[in-house]
Write a protein that binds this ligand. Sequence first.
Ligand code: TUI
Length: 317
Amino acid sequence: MFRTALCDLLKIEYPIIQGGMAWVSFAELAAAVSEAGGLGVIGSGSAPADWLRKQILQAKQLTKKPFGVNVYLLSPFVEEIMALLKEEPVAVITTGAGNPGKYVPALRDVGTKIIPVVSSVALAKRLARSGVDALIAEGMESGGHIGEITTMALVPQVVDVVNIPVIAAGGIFNGRGFVSALALGAVGVQMGTRFMCAAECTIPLQVKEAIIKAKDRDTTITGASLGHPVRSLQNKLTKKYQAMEKAGISSEELEKLGMGSLRATMVDGDVQNGTIMAGQVSAMVAKIQSAREIIMETVEGANKVISNLNKLVVQKP
Ligand code: TUI
């Protein structure tokens, strides 16, 4: 048992959300996480609605438990995706890269909870006003498109300015990170990188091996000069990209270089010339485990941390 207010809000057993990762978290992973008592999330990225419909139907076959869909609000297909999500509702929608405010009433009507991801206090304040159910505060330890604030600094600041539940994301790997997030005022956590190495995650084995091999300084940030920083594992492509950024190459050229690079890794397994978006906890991932093992290890670890906290603090007689 490890319940917080998030479990009641989302009707799940453990307050652990699996990050909705484009090209990475498909129905198999999402269903496995939900079956294990967390909230699995299908990453829809820039995929068309037809693709997402198949994914949702597949997940509904694999689990009767609640699961979610992550909607990338800059997707060219966002309108048809939102229309689909009214027709084929899911329990939860997490959103990235924008304000889901205008979709809130229709999604509410079909019983979907809406949880945007935010990376700053100003965004948190703005999105909390649009009638959403909770927020995910994502620190810059995360993989993929990131903000500039660390989880440690961001979560308590967001908690202090909104009156809806806050979930912490970025740099969370195990029971220690989980309890830290609760101490910062969060009601739960979102983990992405660790679930990339779940047995049920369908990305190529080479990508999982690259994450397992990674050490503490092996992620890097590209695109900061364009105002869109992205964290990924250092490889041939990130080095080339950074050299071009330094040389002042135009943003159009840089965007061309990045185009299709996530797919190249996550579908074709090209770990040198594609983008391996992954967070700083890559260094802590040591093996492939089932989604259930990941969740149970995190929950059991958290229980141990909590029972040891009293021993850590010297009590005066
Ligand atoms: O979205 C992310 N991280 C991502 S997206 C991605 S890659 C991708 N590639 C192709 C297709 C689709 C996706 C890799 N990583 N994180 C969530 C996040 N959202 N962090 C920050 C924000 C954010 C940014 C701006 C949220 C709201 C926002 O609002 C802007 C506005 O002015 O309303």
